[in-house]
Ligand binder design. Structure first.
Ligand code: NAP
Length: 267
């Protein structure tokens, strides 16, 4: 039985044509927040290329999204794999004619430990996937966005990027890095008609967060930092991303939108 968190119940109301004619590439999008983002961008009219590491997951997600009338292609892409990233962008070009929107959503947290006790291999893995791959995806998408006369990039960071979550120190630092990368790239490409923004989700009910959202003790501890006293839903993050990549955010660049139920977010 699949454990994929494919929630199709709440987003249908967002059918709109805000992203009609746009092509979006979303990484880590066969499940969780990435899947919700792909679905939402598709509901708003975009053609979407979804991707993740496991072919089975990609295929299932494609079937689900197509059953919703979304124009979607799926590609196996581990974001650290250069060949697979190339295939991701090639698919967007060959199937949909180009790329207007990149959502860099993949992240890992292979082990938890205090920052100064973290194994170097764990540190490298976290920074390779969460930071370096996001940078490479943006770098590789850039010429494609230029060909379209502009576009939009969104990085998915975390509330932990503002306030390090113990014991997720290295992961938290990687997410803080994305806030800086958003600003740095946004200023560099501002005259290319490309906007670069970031979303910082709070604690969202997905497989990734299950360790801190499922047991009663963990749940109480996690919710203690959330004024709304509930976890976020993937669709609530997707709504923020859809706003940022749409013309409704035409005067917004270099920003991070915190979607965290009121959790304190200040560097
Ligand atoms: P999730 O539910 O566990 O979904 C992970 C998705 O990513 C799956 O589709 C998985 O599919 C894919 N994936 C994992 N590693 C990948 C890789 N190296 N390359 C490509 N795809 C990969 O996770 P999530 O909670 O939606 O997290 C998505 C993003 O939100 C992450 O950047 C995370 O840091 C951020 N975030 C999450 C929370 C939260 O509370 N959930 C809070 C703040 C920020 P495969 O297994 O097939 O690869």
């Amino acid at each position: 039985m699949s454990t994929l968190y494919h929630d199709l119940t709440s987003a249908k109301q967002f059918h709109s044509s805000r992203l009609k004619g746009k092509v979006a590439v979303v990484t880590a999008s066969s499940d969780g927040i990435g899947f919700a983002i792909a679905k939402r961008l598709g509901y708003e009219g975009a053609s979407v290329v979804i991707s993740s590491r496991k072919e089975d997951n990609v295929n299932k997600a494609v079937i689900t999204l197509r059953s919703e009338g979304i124009n979607v292609e799926g590609v196996v892409c581990h974001v650290s794999n250069a060949e697979q990233r190339k295939e991701l962008f090639e698919t967007a070009k060959s199937k949909f004619g180009g790329i207007d929107i990149l959502v860099s959503n993949a992240a890992v947290n292979p082990a938890v430990s205090p920052v100064l006790e973290t194994d170097e291999k764990v540190w490298d893995k976290i920074f390779d996937v969460n930071v370096k791959s996001s940078w490479l995806l943006a770098k590789e998408a850039y010429p494609e966005l230029m060909k379209r006369g502009g576009g939009s990039i969104v990085f998915v960071a975390s509330i932990a990027g503002y306030q390090p979550m113990e014991p997720l120190g290295p992961y938290s630092i990687s997410k803080t890095t994305l806030l800086g990368m958003t600003k740095a790239i946004a200023y560099e490409v501002v005259h290319d008609n490309i906007r670069v923004n970031c979303v910082a989700p709070g604690i969202v009910s997905t497989k990734f967060a299950s360790a801190i959202t499922t047991s009663d003790a963990a749940k109480d501890k996690s919710l203690s930092i959330v004024p709304m006293k509930r976890f976020g839903k993937p669709d609530e993050i997707a709504g923020a991303v859809a706003f940022l990549v749409s013309d409704d955010a035409s005067y917004v660049t270099g920003e991070t939108l915190v979607v965290a139920g009121g959790a304190y977010a200040h560097l």
